[in-house]
Design a protein around this ligand. Structure first.
Ligand SMILES: Nc1nc2c(ncn2[C@@H]2O[C@H](COP(=O)(O)OP(=O)(O)OP(=O)(O)O)[C@@H](O)[C@H]2O)c(=O)[nH]1
Ligand SMILES: [Mg+2]
Ligand SMILES: [Zn+2]
Length: 294
């Protein structure tokens, strides 16, 4: 038996890094599938070594945390990478991702990339929406602007890079750690969307760096239906902070009277776009739940 960490899983094979930095191609015990457990990048495992770098995963150690989209375990931080230019930011997708990160009790970071392609006001607009939610950093993987500051934020942590396809996750990781040599892609001219270049989440251990990173495939769809409507605002730190003066303890901050969130909104303390999207997501969750009961 040996201890290791899953770097990636492809087609039923898991690539497990052992304590001597050797990678083993492993199959997983059948009972995981029976119990509905999927081994994930970031999982700490106990495996049986077989010859020629093969192996068999026997046990998955208890996870510190788990993110279902992208699927990773045991990360310290999730960096949401967005493009300041093309592809256009999907703010609703960012908000949903933030809800899931904060719900999983993981630290979020917003990386605004491609700042070489747009003017200051466009960057500021994105920054203003999110700087009361989490730490934000503006960078360009192309000009390398902001990368030293970003590297400092990644120090000593396992950071999962997540977000839309073509936001520049893999390009950023290459710019930070040249030896990674990850595949990068362009955008489809027809749809103005990314080409989904990265196909698998992979835990990376850059040389001469204290910390690890997970590159993940971009996505466009996100489902938050496991959140209760009355809990949703708790995953909006910029809204939650003003919720303590509401008259009703089960206030949804929607139409209720004497709502301190709406007061804060009137005073300009909460970003109007974030609040509008909160209401949209609240409706979406309520309607989905309603359909489940019908
Ligand atoms: N101008 C400019 N282009 C960038 C920057 N960062 C990335 N790109 C370009 O954006 C495109 C997409 O980059 P990728 O790194 O493949 O994007 P990704 O987020 O990894 O995409 P998926 O793997 O599909 O999820 C490539 O053509 C990059 O060259 C940047 O800072 N500035
Ligand atoms: Mg990629
Ligand atoms: Zn309220």
């Amino acid at each position: 038996m040996a201890k290791g960490k899953i770097l990636k899983g492809i087609g039923g094979f898991y690539y497990v890094l052992d304590e001597k930095m050797k990678v083993h191609e492993c199959k997983a015990a059948g009972r995981f599938r029976k119990d509905g457990i999927i081994p994930l990048p970031g999982d700490n495992v106990i495996f049986v070594e077989e010859q020629d770098s093969y192996g068999f995963i026997e046990q998955i150690e208890e996870r510190k945390n788990l993110l279902t989209r992208p699927r990773v375990a045991n990360v310290d931080m999730v960096a949401i990478v967005v493009s300041a230019g093309k592809p256009n930011i999907d703010s609703m997708l960012c908000d949903k991702l933030l809800v899931s990160i904060i719900k999983a009790d993981i630290e979020p970071l917003m990386i605004i990339n491609k700042i070489d392609t747009v003017d200051e006001p466009q960057i500021d607009k994105i920054k203003r929406e999110y700087d009361k939610v989490c730490d934000t950093i503006c960078v360009s993987a192309k000009t390398k602007q902001g990368l030293d500051a970003l590297k400092l934020k990644l120090h000593n942590k396992c950071t999962c890079f997540a977000g839309q396809s073509a936001a520049g996750k893999s390009t950023l990781l290459n710019a930070l750690f040249a030896e990674l040599n990850l595949q990068t892609g362009g955008m489809s001219k027809k749809t103005a969307r990314g080409k989904h270049t990265t196909r698998h989440a992979e835990l990376l251990l850059p040389k001469d760096f204290v910390g690890t990173a997970v590159d993940t495939p971009g996505f466009t769809f996100f489902d938050n239906t496991d959140v209760l409507p009355e809990d949703l605002y708790k995953y909006y730190p910029d809204i939650e902070t003003y919720s303590h003066g509401c008259k009703y303890s089960n206030c949804l901050h929607e139409v209720e009277p004497k709502c301190s969130v709406k007061d804060a909104l009137q005073e300009g303390l909460i970003n109007q776009n974030r609040y509008n999207r909160y209401l949209t997501l609240l409706k979406e969750i309520q309607e989905k739940r309603q359909r489940q009961y019908d």
